[in-house]
Design a protein. Structure first.
Length: 607
């Protein structure tokens, strides 16, 4: 293997040093829990009886008398999320696989799983980000029964995987394996879907045509096929060695998917004390966190992970920040073009070589810690191979030397770009991130007058009235975690893309999120501190000249410093505050809104 790139090594070393105190305290807690007797031996008789009361007598005997390993299944199954619908039958399959290996398994608990595609642009989206920590707490409740020897975590989509991972890391003494279910087959292409959405935004097609296109795109069980947060999650689970290798993008109903799911049981059993002895708290270290960051950048993955992975790392006692992402992005090559960074979907990405190709190139190029821990026997190098069934037996084979489609994947020696897909921008408007991999190079620098909005509805109204037909930097503020839960503003993409398509120079600046599906319009998002926390977006006036320069890392209001300092901060009106505090369950999340940290600090509600 090539020597580690010096900057990747430097970033890893500084994260390790920065985290020394919190990481050591975390590992001390993990190791104290590891030294305890197993649950069925340690707990009182009534506790044990309650835990296993509903199990068949043979399983009770196996756990208590034979001291067989007992696995927790934490599932995010519901049949409204297409990606999670296949999980309905997984507990039965996993229990059967456990029995074949002399173990037992129980569904320890379920976690909520909302579909951002359903709530996009509506009040439910204001619960989306907070659902991550709700999922983490639900995972903790499931595992708090404390009778388990390992955990199988069933989750795929946006907030669900980070939430499950945060929850699992708070039970870091247990070995854990994530079990995905795979993407839906390709339907209407993502580029055609985007085209119809832009036509609808202009009133050139009606609701019937738009609905037909959307249903052709989202049409069956499995993950949505664009490279948004859900599929970025799957890439990162491979990069962190938390999947059975190659499990991410195999279709839900293929025989190979069943074999990989069964293998997850054998894998988690192999990680227990007395065998490989690799609990998740030790597996997830500075190297695996950096590997996830590198894989995200190399594939142009979801901007949401600049929030989520700060929180994930913190759950393991590891401290990372946006400077770390920015420094890595300067040297990590962009190896993938998957929508919205290209025209391909994840099925084409998988066919071209998928995560295994990306991870092999990153390892060989020295951008990736190949010596990091992994659940797979053989460690991280196994994730650079592809799984296959041979006469019903699961095995892993070397990849072909090259990709089968250079429009989708490139080797590290000939990348799409020498730098990664994300950039940090900062200045007198705060700190923000921009997904440059999806933005044409001639749009990496935008300078134009501001038009300020306090809601996405107000922006849509101005667009429909023709008020934005000009060069403009649209500022949408009071969209941060404290203000309204930091909803994704993905519905702003079609109108802004229409304006850009007309030849105007357009950008978005917001303290909200734009998700992994953010497109070709330059967007400085996650602006921190947010407007409600007296962030500088609250000083912007209509007409201020705004400069967004992704190349130089600049986000500035070109206003004289003395005038800028004198400006009062705009305040969100009582009516707006009330509108985001009540209705559709939002009252229940008031405590989270009050206590949440900034986006750059991971938008955590538990610190």
């Amino acid at each position: 293997m090539t020597n580690m790139h010096p900057l990747v090594a430097e970033v890893t070393a500084r994260i390790r040093e920065r985290s020394r105190g919190t990481r050591n305290a975390y590992l001390a807690q993990v190791d104290a829990l590891r030294r305890r007797p197993r649950g069925a031996d340690r707990m009182g008789c009534a506790n044990v009886a309650h835990a296993f009361a509903a199990m068949p007598p043979s399983d009770k005997l196996r756990i208590v008398a034979e001291r067989a390993p007992h696995l927790a299944i934490v599932t995010s199954y519901n049949d409204m999320l297409s990606a999670h619908q296949p999980y309905e039958s997984y507990p039965q399959r996993l229990r059967a696989a456990a029995q074949r290996h002399g173990a037992t398994a129980q569904v320890a608990g379920g976690v909520p799983a909302m579909c951002d595609g359903v709530t996009q642009g509506y009040p439910g989206m204001e619960l989306s980000l907070f659902s991550r920590d709700t999922i983490a707490m639900s995972t903790a409740i499931a595992l708090s029964h404390d009778v388990f020897d390992g955990v199988l975590l069933l989750g795929i989509c946006d907030k669900i995987v980070p939430g499950l991972l945060i929850g699992a890391l708070h039970f870091g003494h247990l070995p854990c394996v994530f079990v995905p279910a795979g993407p839906m087959s390709s339907g209407l292409s993502n580029s055609e879907k985007a085209r119809v959405r832009e036509l609808a935004a202009q009133g050139q097609v009606g609701r019937a045509e738009l609905l037909q296109a959307e249903q052709a795109a989202y049409h069956s069980p499995g993950t949505c096929t664009f490279y948004g947060t859900a599929n970025s999650n799957q890439m990162l689970m491979e990069a962190m060695g938390l999947h059975v290798p190659g499990a991410a993008f195999v279709h839900p109903h293929e025989p190979l998917r069943d074999a990989l799911t069964d293998e997850a049981v054998e894998t988690v059993l192999s990680l227990r004390a007395g065998q490989r002895d690799l609990p998740i708290g030790h597996l997830v270290d500075e190297r695996s966190i950096v590997n996830a960051m590198v894989a995200l950048l190399a594939t142009g993955g979801s901007t949401n992970h600049l929030i989520h992975w700060v929180a994930v790392a913190r759950a393991a006692g590891i401290l990372i920040d946006w400077n770390d992402f920015s420094d890595l992005s300067a040297v990590v090559p962009l190896l993938a073009r998957v929508y919205p960074n290209g025209s391909a979907d994840v099925n084409q990405f998988q066919a071209a070589g998928g995560p295994a190709f990306v991870l092999r190139e990153l390892m060989d190029g020295g951008y990736f810690h190949a010596d990091a821990h992994a659940v797979a026997r053989g460690g991280m190098p196994r994730y650079a191979e592809q799984p296959a069934l041979d006469a019903g037996r699961l095995s892993w084979q070397p990849l072909p030397a090259g990709t089968t489609d250079r429009t989708v994947l490139r080797p590290a020696s000939e990348p799409f770009s020498a730098s990664g897909g994300l950039a940090l921008v900062q200045g007198n408007l705060g700190r923000a991130v921009i997904k440059v991999s999806a933005v044409p190079e001639d749009r990496h620098v935008i300078e134009a007058p501001a038009r300020v909005f306090d809601s996405q509805e107000a922006l849509h109204a101005a667009f429909q009235a023709g008020e934005l037909d000009r060069d403009v930097v649209v500022v949408v503020r009071f969209q941060g975690p404290r203000a309204n839960g930091m909803p994704e503003l993905h519905k702003l993409t079609p109108p802004l893309a229409v304006l850009q398509g007309k030849g105007f120079r357009v950008a978005l600046v917001t303290d909200g999120r734009m998700s992994g599906a953010s497109g070709k319009v330059p967007a400085a998002i996650h602006v921190s501190p947010e407007a409600l926390a007296d962030g500088p977006l609250a000083r912007v006036h209509d007409g201020d000249l705004i400069r967004l320069d992704a190349r130089a890392g600049v986000l500035e209001a070109l206003v004289p410093a003395d005038e800028w300092a004198r400006r009062p901060l705009a305040r969100r009106g009582d009516a707006a505050a009330e509108a985001h505090a009540h209705g559709l369950g939002r009252e229940l999340f008031a405590g989270m809104r009050r206590h949440v940290t900034s986006a750059e600090q991971g938008a955590c509600t538990w610190l």
